[in-house]
Design a protein around this ligand. Structure first.
Ligand code: A3P
Length: 301
């Protein structure tokens, strides 16, 4: 319903696991009022969401390095289908259970908004008001490994990596089917309000992708901030920035045995080669080939 230009239902024949908060707010999300100067970062989890949202937030907020360090990204870039921080200094367990859609109503423009929802579940106005949407893809093998660590760090996951990978391939992890999220946005990549970028390109040439993003959202990167800005977006700086790691807003009790784990963790491409077995790699390749058959999706996976 609502004029979504492609259908993604062929990828979701069964049930799909989504945040509980989404289910309580399906209607509010679908009918969310977009503004033409919003910038949306849409991804499957672990594809480089935080990296891209940091880039865009800085461009839209006068390169405010201080605020980026002091105010958590969770507050600066509301997470559409999740509850949001009303007060950026409170830990997550004390977070007001306010839907991000309510928080966003009172946010001044330009807003930067994050979502992991698949295209048909996103607000209908994305395709009438047409705010800019940046979609970020990442090799699913790296995504699965990163997602497994994320689940251990933030969701108290105690299963094995093998169990996690199997669930990922079956689309039985949070947000369901990886290809079901990616391919509909791939089909939409020529829409004037969509920019499709990849984690791999960000790694290969951060400056080139950043310029592409700047052009797309009509932002300028002033010469006097350029060097600091690229440094700010480097893995080393992001890993040290309390504003993009979750430690400060997750209650410490929850993380007390996980001090060695980090949200901004490894930041590499191809690290799956060290973590996946040859059998798992074969399973991934077959799974990807089957999903992209009949499409013109070009990336090596
Ligand atoms: P790894 O777990 O492989 O290290 P998301 O923000 O979508 O959850 O994605 C998180 C992934 O992006 C993590 O991957 C994280 O380390 C990586 N990442 C975040 N900032 C990065 C940066 N500046 N450079 C490289 N990777 C980055």
């Amino acid at each position: 319903e609502g004029g979504t230009p492609v259908s993604d239902m062929r990828f979701f024949p069964e049930k799909c696991m989504l945040p509980r908060f989404y289910l309580a707010n399906v209607d509010k999300i679908k009918k969310f009022e977009c503004r033409s100067d919003d910038v949306w970062i849409v991804t499957y989890p672990k594809c480089g969401t935080t990296w891209t949202q940091e880039m865009v937030w800085m461009m839209k907020n006068q390169y405010d390095f201080k605020m980026s360090h002091e105010v958590n990204a969770f507050y600066r870039v509301p997470f559409l289908e999740y509850h949001s921080l009303q007060n950026p200094n409170k830990p997550m367990n004390e977070m007001a259970k306010i839907c991000a859609t309510d928080l966003l109503k009172n946010r001044p423009s330009p807003r930067v908004i994050k979502s992991h929802l698949t295209v048909s579940l996103l607000p209908s106005q994305l395709w009438t008001v047409r705010p800019k949407i940046i979609y970020v893809y990442r090799n699913p093998k790296d995504v699965a490994v990163s997602f497994y660590h994320h689940f251990q760090l933030l969701e108290n996951y105690t299963g094995t990596q093998e169990e996690f990978v199997n669930a990922f391939l079956e689309g039985k992890v949070l947000y369901g089917s990886f290809w079901g999220n990616v391919l509909p946005f791939w089909e939409l990549r020529h829409e004037p309000n969509v920019l499709f970028i990849t984690f791999e390109d960000l790694k290969k040439d951060l400056k080139a992708v950043t310029s592409k993003v700047a052009n797309f959202i009509d932002a300028k990167i002033p010469q006097d901030v350029e060097d600091c800005f690229y440094d700010h977006l480097s893995f080393g700086s992001m890993a040290k920035n309390p504003g993009v790691n979750f430690e400060s807003i997750i209650n410490n009790e929850r993380l007390k045995n996980k001090k060695h784990m980090r949200f901004i963790r490894k930041g590499e491409t191809g690290a799956w080669k060290e973590s996946l077995t040859s059998e798992q790699i074969r399973a991934f390749d077959e799974w990807s080939k089957k999903a992209i058959a009949g499409t013109d999706f070009p990336y090596y996976y």
